[in-house]
Design a protein around this ligand. Structure first.
Ligand code: SF4
Length: 213
């Protein structure tokens, strides 16, 4: 969105930079008293985030103890303060993923990689076996589903994040404290890890919670 743009001094204001309506002070106090947690989704399929929703009524109990700031549900882009626990879904596949992940590391005390994509690159990292150029060629130039009337072109624009040469697991970009395996991890596992951390308990992961669907 562009406000008051003139040829000399364009003012660009993105929706996530717009001033939000001030929160009710009581609501703000109640939120600030809870443990702050956040999630980000990098190059993944959102399945890990949905797994957290699978905890059903346990989620309601969890929300009495935590406030979820940045997440796929709130769509807040920037974290205003410090977060106790951050959960990451997806691997690192472009420059925007790197910037998002580094910002997240800076603002989270404990960082947890959730799911195969975040832990080792997962399905998106299958492109590493072929190289970036052949994958782009297959997707946009030689694709049998490309509309024949359109010129063969790989999309490019300054606003489109630049793909990294390889898809990286998140621990190759920032320090990660814990990992929750699975594709997606079982929602009960995600809930247990968060609940154990909040209660100051050590946690173990029962084998029956380990899930690769
Ligand atoms: S680990 Fe599985 S469920 Fe999670 S983002 Fe990757 S593909 Fe999706």
């Amino acid at each position: 969105m562009t406000l008051d743009a003139t040829p000399d001094a364009p003012v660009v204001l993105y929706s996530h930079d717009m001033p939000a309506k001030a929160l009710d002070p009581e609501l703000r106090k109640a939120r600030d008293a809870k443990v702050q947690i956040a999630t980000i989704s990098l190059c993944g399929c959102w399945g890990c985030n949905l797994s957290l929703l699978d905890t059903d009524e346990a989620l309601v109990d969890l929300l009495s103890k935590v406030h979820i700031t940045r997440s796929s549900f709130t769509d807040i882009k920037r974290i205003p303060g410090q977060i106790a626990v951050g959960l990451i879904e997806g691997g690192v596949a472009n420059d925007e993923n790197i910037e998002t992940l580094e910002h997240f590391r800076e603002h989270c005390d404990i960082l947890i990689a959730t799911g195969a994509c975040a832990i080792w690159g997962g399905v998106p990292s299958m492109r590493n076996m072929h190289g970036l150029e052949p994958c782009l060629r297959e997707a946009y130039i030689d694709s049998p589903t490309r509309p024949l009337q359109s010129p063969p072109v790989v999309p490019h624009h300054p606003d489109i994040p630049k793909l990294t040469r390889k898809v990286y697991p998140v621990h190759e970009v920032v320090k990660i404290d814990y990992s929750i395996p699975g594709c997606p991890p079982d929602g009960r596992t995600m809930f247990k890890v968060i609940d154990d951390l909040l209660s100051g308990r050590g946690f173990s992961m029962p084998a029956e919670y380990n899930r690769f669907d």
